[in-house]
Design a protein around this ligand. Structure first.
Ligand SMILES: [Zn+2]
Length: 209
């Protein structure tokens, strides 16, 4: 194995991020060091990272290179030194296999957790809209948010049920479907916007009252 392979198999993105001073929360999210991030936008998986805000992504070597402004080879050397790996002592095939299996299982779990967290936020918003924007008078035009709540709430709760109680195949299917075409990603961003809006409105009413 060459240095790149040894480092990639030997160190996860999360281990590197934590070692280099970043805090990764239990959803695998961290403040992105590559843009001015105020809410954790960086998703740190074992074998890759991805920033939902600035789009920065790559593997553990890209991460270290970018973080320290190093060429890729130097970044790999730094990782090997910091994590005590060397081409003379490559991790054994058995250890690698175990690590890869664990990594895939963890990745699935992380995706599930992310999916669950975004969908439960969305369901909370929809439940609120269903009440808040319900037409009070019959001649009132129906608010788009009320319509969205009526259309999407049952579906979202159905997905959440599967993520809670479904078997691994059903859960994987929901996650795959939600993550396809950046759907979950855009929903997450939209929820962030809504959250900001809520905060601003909250301040407005506080100011008026
Ligand atoms: Zn970023």
């Amino acid at each position: 194995m060459n240095l790149f392979e040894i480092v990639k198999y030997g160190v996860s993105c999360r281990e590197a991020a934590e070692r280099y001073g970043m805090e990764v929360n239990h959803y695998g999210m961290a403040l992105c060091p590559f843009h001015n991030d105020r809410h954790p936008s960086l998703y740190v998986a074992d074998d890759h990272y991805y920033c939902f805000a600035c789009g920065e992504h790559g593997d553990v070597i890209d991460f270290t290179a970018k973080l320290f402004g190093l060429p890729l080879y130097d970044a790999a050397q730094k990782l090997a030194a910091d994590f005590h790996l060397s081409p003379d002592k490559p991790p054994s095939a058995v250890a690698l296999h175990a690590k890869r299996i664990r990594t895939e299982a963890q990745q699935l779990m992380e995706n599930e957790r992310l999916c669950f967290s975004v969908l439960s936020d969305y369901a909370r918003v929809l439940r609120d809209w269903k009440v808040r924007y319900a037409p009070k008078l019959s001649y009132e035009p129906v608010h788009a948010r009320f319509v969205e709540a009526c259309h999407k709430l049952d579906q979202t709760e159905y997905y959440l049920d599967i993520l809670c109680a479904g078997d691994s195949f059903e859960r994987a299917e929901v996650v795959q479907q939600q993550m396809a075409d950046g759907k979950l990603d855009s929903l997450r961003r939209r929820l962030e916007e809504l959250y900001k809006e809520e905060l601003e409105n909250g301040y407005d009413t506080a100011g008026v009252a």
